[in-house]
Write a protein that binds this ligand. Structure first.
Ligand code: FAD
Length: 393
């Protein structure tokens, strides 16, 4: 079957890409190995969205529409600048929006091959329901989070080393916590004998309309998420940690005595793994010096260096204020002419992954990559015109 645009990966970035491409009127296929869209925000158990907004700014583009689609299923705890919902609501809101845009969706489909001629991808093959299926398109989007399509097509990628790639986490929720006082728990955390010392910061967020559940972000292992055996080892260790941490919370934290685990993410949360090497690579220096960006497609934050493997803040941690544009060139692999990447695998120094990896930012780079693919990977001015038309500013 032939499409105008094929988007591989249906996380926040792939969702943004499929929506952006479909809005141009093109025929779009969105595929994923999971059973629906959302990636880390649904299957990774993190339906929490942190936009990089400056004071008085409002969300824009596909992210704004997504919040509107969630309606009263979207919660924004006062003053925290984040939005949360449930995993189910992420997947169903995305599915409804993509259906209205006539995006063809194919789930349980793992991308396994890319056929390339010269510097152009001609088709991709997925493994789905015991069959190999092949699809062609004019342009493709790599929204796999792990730069899978770029790699399969022979494009240059860079796998982050263990420290740069940040800890991996299995998120889980507890319910039945009485009178949760975040500041109090944070203050007693360092002396409370937490069983995993690399996690030196209490991280948990109330989720749901009244904060009825706590999303616990405390499991942490390090390793290489691109190595199948290491990935399996990490997943097993993280799930053991869930049980140990739950027992520890019940014993040590005030108000947690009767808490119970209400859900555990089916998929391990990976913060950084493999990145494309694009026409530019965004570096620590770019964020520190705020070097001008001639071709911005979205905004990311300028601070970076969290979730280091030995403690929360890495040796390269920087708290630069404000935001910086993400260059179009960081979405475009060096050599492949009809491919754009988006989300957490764009062309950056892995040390600054936090500057671009939050879900709303992934949707925004996704929307830009999707439009770029729909328009045949045009020059920046053409892309910008369509981004403005789609209110992605
Ligand atoms: C523990 C944790 C906590 C976080 N907390 C927050 C937070 O509070 N706020 C916030 O905004 N962000 C948070 N984030 C970051 C954010 O959720 C993710 O970085 C972002 O959603 C990544 O989007 P993505 O689409 O680039 O990648 P992903 O969500 O990883 O999506 C990639 C998709 O590609 C698919 N895929 C991969 N390979 C293949 C293949 N070969 N074939 C088919 N499909 C494939 C995967 O199944 C997946 O659905 C957190 C992340 C983690 C891990």
């Amino acid at each position: 079957m032939t499409y105008d645009v094929i988007v591989a990966g249906a996380g926040s970035a792939g969702f943004g890409a499929a929506a952006g491409a479909a809005r141009t009127g093109k025929k779009v296929l969105l595929l994923d190995s999971n059973s629906g869209p959302g990636g880390i925000t649904s299957f990774g158990g993190c339906p929490v969205f942190t936009p990089y907004l400056l004071k008085n700014e409002k969300p824009a583009g596909v992210f704004r529409e997504f919040i509107a689609e969630l309606g009263d299923r979207c919660h924004s705890p006062a003053g925290r600048g984040t939005f949360n919902t449930s995993e189910f609501d992420v997947t169903s809101a995305m599915t409804r929006m993509l259906s209205r845009l006539h995006v063809d969706m194919l789930f349980y489909a793992t991308l396994i091959e890319a056929a390339v001629s010269g510097n152009v991808i001609e088709s991709v093959t997925v493994f789905c329901c015991g069959k190999k299926l092949r699809f062609s398109a004019s342009c493709f989007v790599d929204a796999t989070g792990d730069a899978v399509l770029t790699d399969l097509a022979g494009g240059k990628t860079r796998t982050a080393d263990e420290e740069e790639s940040m800890t991996k986490t299995v998120l889980f929720r507890v319910s039945g916590v009485k009178g949760f006082d975040r500041e109090k728990v944070k203050a007693l955390f360092p002396d409370a004998g937490f069983p995993y010392p690399q996690q030196d910061r209490f991280m948990a967020a109330p989720v749901g309309r009244d904060g009825e559940d706590l999303l616990i972000n405390l499991t942490a292992v390090s390793g290489n998420a691109m190595d199948p055996f290491d990935k399996t080892r990490m997943d097993i260790e993280l799930r053991e940690q869930v049980a140990v941490i739950h027992r520890w919370m019940k014993e040590k934290l005030p108000g947690f005595e009767d808490c119970r685990i209400s859900s555990v993410a089916p998929v391990m949360g990976v913060r950084g793994s493999r990145f494309i090497v694009g026409r530019t690579v965004v570096t620590c220096r770019d964020l520190d010096e705020n070097t001008p960006v001639p071709d911005p497609v979205a905004v990311g934050q300028r601070s970076y260096g969290d979730h280091f493997v030995r403690k929360f803040a890495g040796p390269w941690h920087k708290m630069n204020a404000g935001t910086r544009g993400i260059p179009y060139r960081a979405l475009l692999p060096e050599k492949i002419r009809n491919l754009a990447a988006c989300g957490r695998c764009i062309s950056i120094d892995p040390k600054i992954a936090t500057a671009v990896r939050y879900a709303p930012c992934c949707m925004a780079t996704g929307q830009a990559a999707g439009i770029a693919a729909a328009l045949g990977i045009p020059g920046y001015e053409v892309l910008k015109k369509e981004l403005v038309r789609q209110n992605a500013v």
